[in-house]
Every structure is written in C-alpha cells, then in structure tokens.
Ligand binder design. Sequence first.
Ligand code: ACO
Length: 353
Amino acid sequence: MRAVIVGSGSEIPPTVVTNRMLSRVMDTSDEWIRERSGVETRYYVEPGTTTSDLGVAAARRALVAARVEPSAVDLVVFATMTPDHYFPGAGPLLQAKLGLGNVPCFDIRQQCVGFLYGLQLVDAHVRAGLARTVLLVGAEVHSGFMPYTAANWDYLYGRTDVPPTPAEHEWNSRFRHLTVLFGDAGAAVVMRAEEDGSRGVIDQVLGTDGAEYDKLYVPGTGFKHRPYTDPEQFARGDHIPVMDGRYVFKLATTRMVEVAQQVLERNRVTIDDVSLVLMHQANRRINEHCQKVLGIPDAKVIHNIQKYGNTTAATIPLLWDEAAREGRLRQGDLVLLVAFGAGMSWGATLVRA
Ligand code: ACO
C-alpha cells in the first residue's frame, strides 16, 4: 500500500509585486535581488486573505483534478509557518471551509521542508491503514512578516505619493535581505491509498538539527516571553524572522546534496532514472549549485522562484502542480523532491507519479 498523488491545485494571490516596487520602500534594487536570489516578482494577498483561504482555493482545485468528492477525504495535513491564528492551526479552518467531514487534521511546522514531512506523515497513515484519501496542503501568507506601515504599503503599490519617512526607510531596509525573498501562495495535493505499490511515495530521508534553530527563526511573539507578545517586541522587530543568510546558504547546499544522494543510493537509482527534480525555491543559486554537484540536466529541473519568490511550504506542491498542468509529469515518472529550511530541517523524497 502506498500514498499516490492523484491530483494537485494551487492558488496565487492576484497582486504581483516587482523588485522595483519593493525598492520604493527600502534600500534595494532589482539587480541585487535578481543576481543574489533569482527572484523577479512575488505575489502578496490583500489584508484579510489568510493562509487557510489560499489552502482552501488550492485544495478545491486539487479535489477537482483528482475527481474526488470532499466527503471522501479522511485526513488533512496542513503545512505552514504562517497560520491564520496562533491556535488552532490552519487544518481545522480548511476542513470547515471545505465542508469536509469531522476528519483528523494535522498542522505541521517544518517550514520549507513542510511538504516533505507531510508526505511522510500521509504515507505512514496510508500504510498503517489509518487513511485512504488525504488532502496535503502547503500555504503561506508571508506578507504579514513585512515591516512596512500601511502608508508604506500604499506607496509600494503606487496608490499614494507619500514616500516612507527616512526612519521608516531605514527600518524597512534593516530586513531587506529577508523580506525581498518571500511571496504568498497555496498549493495542495490529493493523495490516495493504492494497493499495486508501483506508484506513490517510494522512499524518504528526512533530518533535523535543532541546535541550529537560531540561524533562521522568529525571536519574538512566542511563549518564551510573558506575555507572549507585547509592544516592546514589536518595537525591536522581534516579530520578523532573523536569518543568517550566508550560514543558511552554506548549510542548504551541503544538506540538500547529501540527502538527495542518500535517497538515490539507498533505492539503487541514479539521476538518469529520475524524470524531474523539484527543489525547494529559497534561492536560485542554492539550486543551481545542487544541480551541478548532482549532475542534473537542465531539462529535468523546474524553477519558479523568479515568479513567486520563496513560498516556503507551498514551493514543492506548486512546482508539482505546474509540472502536472504543463504535461511534464507522466504516470510512472520517478520524481525527486529536495528541500532545506528553518529548524534546521531537510529532506529528499522519491515519488512515482
Ligand atoms: N538589497 C540590496 N542589498 C542587500 C540586500 C537587498 N535586499 N540584502 C542584503 N544586501 C547587502 C548586504 O547588506 C551586504 O552588504 P555589505 O556587503 O555592504 O555588508 C551585501 O548585500 C551582501 O549580503 P549577503 O547577506 O552576504 O548576501 P548573499 O549573497 O549571502 O545573499 C541571501 C543573501 C539572498 C539571503 C542568501 O544568503 C540566501 O539566500 N541565503 C539562504 C536563504 C535560505 O535558504 N533560507 C532557507 C529557507 S527559508 C525558510 O525555511 C523559512
């Protein structure tokens, strides 16, 4: 028994934001962002649209693609680091908005590797006979992390002529190495138990090193503080992630290569046997490095960081959905998924489409 991906869907917010638009509210440039990360545009929701909304829209499309009725879903796994509320997680909200039965809903927090950890959770449930038809969702509204005032947002979009004050400009620029990378999006897959065993999740190698957590984390708005959120934390900017970019870059390139090699070797397959490699979209240069070391031809790799930026838990299902819609995923294709992110966590998964 294996968990097979039988349909996918995605949801991109309507508003495109170019690098040039970001340079209106902070000290950055299209050239820097493009060269250092590969990001050209990203999409942000309007205030009021939440992670569960993006997940719901993506899940609806995935259910249609899979020709599965919502009533058949018997498990939900929702991966996000930007839930609508501190609690409950986004899974129960998605369940209610989609009108699913009172099925169990997991919320998982493995950031950029969330989708791969979700695949393991779904596959384990399916193999144990605990679930047959599962919605696995990855969605993020990162725009809530952005440090801009409401007036800065309006100026960024060209809706007013009032630029940030020098102090606001300096404040926004403090977070520029992080904020320019991220976008909002949702993506989902429907997974079904299939008995023939040839398709679905073949194998996974996942890892975590919690000793490195403070290389990429949110220092404030947590229960380490009493109260868990207060104006001083906001004044310090502790609600915005801290990232040691160079350190994370180095660790990502090392771990992604290692874990991809491990999963290939242990299944006695090589890149030649793989039809498509879908890597987490944190930085195009990270992926180009991994591609080169692993010897993956360009034709087997899809990037979408240039369009959407880093959409954390949504990147890999979004790539899967785009590949499916473009006819690049044929039944029986072997696909390698690789990701690295905050935790620090990493993983590689082999899936037969
Ligand atoms: N615009 C203009 N200049 C900038 C910007 C910006 N947006 N950001 C930083 N700079 C400047 C810096 O201040 C620095 O200036 P200095 O040399 O005068 O001090 C210079 O550019 C170089 O900065 P670096 O941080 O060394 O730039 P780098 O090439 O490392 O790129 C980046 C930074 C893009 C963040 C890169 O390190 C990276 O991608 N790291 C990994 C990110 C990642 O994989 N995260 C994990 C996934 S996310 C998750 O799990 C939630």
